[in-house]
Design a protein around this ligand. Structure first.
Ligand SMILES: *Cc1c(COP(=O)(O)O)cnc(C)c1O
Length: 362
């Protein structure tokens, strides 16, 4: 399809073209039902099959052990910022947080409303240009979990190595969901909004260790309780039917591409191509992030001046590269290269960057 742009959006973002076309083809009359999937009961046989398949495939593709349950919840990643401390800090234990940037700060802000929370490592000290290593993280007594943001979408940093700590990890994985394998034994809960690697906005996907459900807070409004969602297989109320349906299709696409290891390899190659272009530009393009913490999903970079950045962004848009502007809080440029972004889009961008440098470097 020639009218598709190179879409480097940070989220919602590009989805596999095959998935969009398949959904389009079956949209109006879903499998001969005479209605679309979003017009039928979420308790009927069609949607039941869709939801069951998405649950099973999410466990399979992400290589999640059976000790975990998957939940499809509304409220995005942000509701999880509150649900986690509400459910887990009710008995007086503390929540430890790695402050790695904008999203981590949001998680800390919300958690403070519900329990005792402290910062176990503060990236503000180095302007959020790297993730901590294990030795940096300072845990206190009586800590229930260590919350990490595996990839900071705005700062463009990720954990290259998982922290080795004595408490369970909880991870916001929104912007690198299903882009790398996880050592599940270290985690109690992994969550993220769907709208980066998984599908359309409107859903959070949560993997929760089943053994912790019993000790979750039961004195909460029912929608806020993990144990209720798990016992009802995410059908406690009307679930986000369209995101679940699209997620199932994205999972099938991931599986056909070679699954998690293919996603991880493709991400490393796409990110590698961009970082080499930056590193080989003799300082014309500059990535402020320490090399070991460079994100494989959100590549941030600067040009020599803000005037040149504006010129770069406007010429890029004219050439069919969309959404390369950095987040408004940090400026500069950012290329988000999620699972569904074709390698050809990255190759086209690196060529464009080199041409721009040749035409504009003094
Ligand atoms: C996008 C993003 C969020 C916010 O997700 P919502 O679904 O909009 O609530 C949270 N954390 C990270 C790391 C993100 O990238």
């Amino acid at each position: 399809m020639s009218n598709r742009v190179h879409n480097f959006s940070a989220g919602p973002c590009t989805l596999p073209l095959e998935v969009l076309e398949e959904a389009q083809a079956e949209f109006v009359d879903y499998q001969g039902a005479g209605m679309s999937l979003i017009e039928m009961s979420h308790r009927g046989k069609h949607f039941d099959a869709v939801a069951n398949e998405a649950m099973a495939l999410s466990m399979e593709v992400f290589q999640v052990p059976n000790e975990f349950a998957v939940l499809f919840l509304q409220g995005g990643a942000l509701l999880q910022f509150s649900m986690i401390p509400m459910n887990l800090l009710h008995n007086g234990q503390k929540g430890a947080y790695v402050n790695s940037g904008s999203w981590a700060k949001g998680a800390i802000t919300d958690a403070k409303e519900y329990g005792e929370v402290y910062t176990a490592w503060d990236g503000a000290d180095n302007n959020y240009t790297r993730m901590p290593v294990t030795a940096d993280i300072q845990l206190q007594e009586n800590t229930r979990y260590l919350h990490i943001t595996t990839n900071e979408t705005i700062g463009g940093i990720r954990f290259a190595e998982w922290p080795e700590v004595s408490v369970p990890l909880i991870a916001d994985m929104s912007s690198e969901y299903m882009a790398r394998p996880l050592p599940w034994d270290k985690f109690d809960l992994v969550y993220g909004g769907a709208q980066k690697n998984l599908g359309p906005a409107g859903m959070a996907v949560v993997f929760i260790r089943k053994s912790i459900l019993e000790n979750c807070n039961k004195s909460l409004g029912r929608y806020l309780r993990y144990d209720i969602h798990e016992s009802k297989a995410s059908m406690f109320n009307t679930p986000p039917v369209f995101p679940i349906y699209m997620f199932g299709k994205v999972l099938k696409w991931m599986k056909a591409q070679g699954g998690l290891s293919a996603m991880e390899k493709n991400a490393a190659e796409k990110a590698g191509a961009l970082y080499s272009t930056i590193d080989n530009s003799q300082g014309y393009f500059n990535c402020p992030v320490e090399v070991a913490s460079r994100s494989h999903m959100n590549v941030v970079f600067r040009l020599p001046t803000e005037t040149l950045e504006q010129k770069f962004l406007s010429e890029a848009t004219a050439a069919g590269f969309e959404n390369l502007k950095g987040h408004r809080s940090v400026g500069g440029c950012r290329a988000s290269i999620y699972n569904a972004l074709p390698a050809e889009s990255v190759a086209a961008l690196t060529a464009f960057m080199t041409d721009f440098q040749n035409a504009n470097a003094s």
